[in-house]
Write a protein that binds this ligand. Structure first.
Ligand code: DGT
Ligand code: CA
Ligand code: CA
Ligand code: ZN
Length: 573
């Protein structure tokens, strides 16, 4: 419901833009859309309680529109806009390099109502004949259409990050660069990335940009100037990702980094704080009249505005400016003392117990849990009951044979289609801890995935629910699962919910993990490693957890070994 509602406001913003309304007005509707998408409360319940207008960022007239939609499924303003404009126009906004003004022009002059019409006008040459258009700008639009079709929009974080890191290394190779940072959604740790934004302080922007657009893998150069370069690079499956490099003077680097990190909503909020102090904030600095009072570094901007520094992962205008928020408590990668979900050659992993333990020790961990698949995960070479008993012995032996790290005996026990677990209680109880996960029959309705998961949560030997929604980003939607019900059950049973650090999973995701910790549920951030290399992907999970406002004390694998053992004793069986 709230999704459609958010979509309706997005659509209002699009149509306003095309119909020539000013950006301020359309952006205010986009903001409402985002607020709705991030809402953790049930909107119908808020309406019942008559408190929609009290949602931060929602005014009276917007609240009236929301209520109108909840009552009738329609918003009159949107219906009126739709009547005024053809329905195929908003999707044209997604074409890179094509803005609402041009779309409006094409519509008025050539009666272009949708993507098909636009492609036809490119084909028959009529677009190139328009005032202000030429072969070059038409080609740009044609390229944009092709990009839209091949890239389907966004790139998973884990595919974008290595590209950004390779590019920053490439730029540093060219010249010694004092300040170079990844900005945008990638810096905020979003699960998918529209484009990569890089920001650099350098004296000779033109030279640096020329080097940037000359990267050997470039598929297209979209812009190359003195302060900005824009390219596309291939990602896998024949798709591309856009990368923007901006070059700014050192005295503006902090302000530009703040601006281009976003999010838009966070920046709008921050600019509002500046206005209240009679200051002006933009990508060049923080100004009192004409005088710059901050800009070289990011933290001084927050400081001068009288608010605590906000880490990038929190910059979504979801409450990060609240004065009681103690960002020092926010989980950090170095807080983690162990990893409680990983596989070995006993099931579908690449390395032995001893190899996984040695690598984990190298990473500085105090403990790990070996959690191989259970018998029903046949494709993953899951362990029969008999093999599992032997495996527990093998883990005990490996633990004796290594110093400086504790190896817990665990398993990743399947939650079966009939809501029972894949091992009998005596096996589960012999383990030091148990991860329980759904791996199959994800779309089965009866018993529902919610029922199955809650049954596992209620088993006294289950410690952690692994990748609770089962989603794979861009590949498999989450199970139809009632997150508040899962959180409620986890809270009643002292069961931990996982943030799985595989970037394909990031499961739980940021907004759900926030709901969980708000309800007092403990979190385990795990890698679900299937090789020693995978052990180092913990940072993906940490980013997701930070975006969910998770603090160190919410995460069980930040506990020192003795405390964790004690906690396991108290909560199991
Ligand atoms: P993405 O690329 O869709 O994953 O998301 P972002 O957040 O990286 O967005 P992007 O690349 O369009 O712009 C990067 C940041 O720059 C954005 O978060 C806020 C800032 N920014 C971009 N355009 C504008 C603008 O028109 N107004 C303001 N205030 N900020 C902007
Ligand atoms: Ca971006
Ligand atoms: Ca960008
Ligand atoms: Zn699993």
């Amino acid at each position: 419901m709230v999704k459609e509602l958010a979509g309706a406001f997005e659509r209002i913003a699009d149509l306003l833009e095309i119909s020539g309304s000013d950006a301020f007005r359309s952006n205010s509707y986009r903001r409402v859309s985002r607020i709705l998408k991030n809402l953790t409360d049930d909107i119908a319940a808020l309406k019942e309680a008559n408190v929609i207008a009290e949602i931060p960022g929602i005014g009276k007239s917007t609240a009236a529109k929301i209520e109108e939609y909840l009552d009738s499924g329609k918003i009159k303003m949107l219906e009126d806009l739709k009547k005024k404009l053809p329905s195929g126009l908003p999707e044209l906004l997604r074409i890179p390099g094509l803005g609402p003004k041009k779309i409006a022009l094409f519509y008025r002059q050539l009666d272009i109502k949708n993507l098909d019409d636009l492609e036809a006008a490119i084909e028959d040459g009529s677009l190139a004949k328009l005032d202000g258009m030429g072969a070059k700008s038409v080609q740009k639009i044609a390229d944009g259409i092709a990009f839209l079709k091949t890239s389907a929009g966004r790139t998973p974080f884990g595919l974008a990050l290595p590209i950004a890191e390779e590019l920053t290394a490439y730029l540093r190779e060219f010249d010694s660069i004092e300040q170079l940072e990844i900005a945008g959604s990638l810096r905020r740790g979003c699960e998918t990335i529209g484009d990569i934004d890089l920001l650099c302080a350098h004296e000779n922007g033109e030279k640096l940009v020329r080097h940037f657009v000359g990267h050997p893998s470039v598929t297209r150069v979209l812009a190359s100037g003195k302060t900005k370069g824009s390219i596309t690079l291939p990602i896998r499956d024949g798709r591309e990702i856009q990368v923007d490099l901006r070059v700014v003077p050192a005295e503006s680097f902090g302000a530009a980094l703040q601006y281009f990190t976003g999010s838009l909503d966070h920046n709008v909020h921050l600019r509002g704080l500046a206005q209240k102090k009679n200051l002006k904030l933009n990508e060049w600095g923080l100004f009192s009249g004409d005088e710059s009072i901050a800009g070289a570094d990011e933290s001084s901007i927050y400081d001068k505005l009288g608010v605590a520094y906000v880490p990038p992962e929190l910059r979504e205008d979801r409450g990060e400016f609240k004065p009681d928020l103690n960002v020092d408590e926010l989980i950090e990668i170095d807080d983690l003392r162990g990893d409680l979900h990983m596989h070995t050659t006993a099931s579908d992993g690449k390395h032995s117990i001893a190899e996984m333990a040695a690598s984990a020790k190298e990473l500085g961990y105090e403990y790990i849990a070996i959690s191989d698949h259970s018998q029903s995960s046949a494709i993953a070479n899951g362990l029969t009951v008999e093999r599992m008993w032997e495996h527990i012995e093998a883990i005990r032996d490996a633990d004796k044979n290594i110093d400086g790290i504790k190896i817990f005996a665990a398993c990743e026990c399947d939650i079966l289609a009939d809501a029972t677990l894949d091992y009998p209680d005596d096996v589960l109880s012999a383990c030091d801890l148990v991860v329980a996960s759904v791996h199959f029959a994800m779309t089965r309705k009866k018993p529902s995935p919610t029922k199955r998961t809650i049954a596992a949560i209620e088993n006294p030997y289950v410690t952690i629910i692994g990748h609770p929604t089962g989603r794979l980003i861009h590949k498999r939607p989450p199970m139809d699962i009632d997150i508040p019900a899962i959180i409620d059950a986890a809270s009643k049973n002292n069961t931990v919910l996982e943030v799985n650090s595989s970037w394909q999973r990031m499961d739980l995701k940021d907004s759900h993990v926030r709901m969980a910790v708000d309800a007092g549920v403990k979190i385990a951030i795990d890698t679900d490693a299937h090789s020693t290399d995978d052990l180092s992907r913990m940072h993906y999970g940490v980013r997701t957890a930070r975006r969910g406002f998770v603090r160190k004390q919410d995460v069980i694998n930040t506990l020192p070994l003795a405390k964790l053992k004690q906690w396991l004793e108290e909560t199991r069986g």
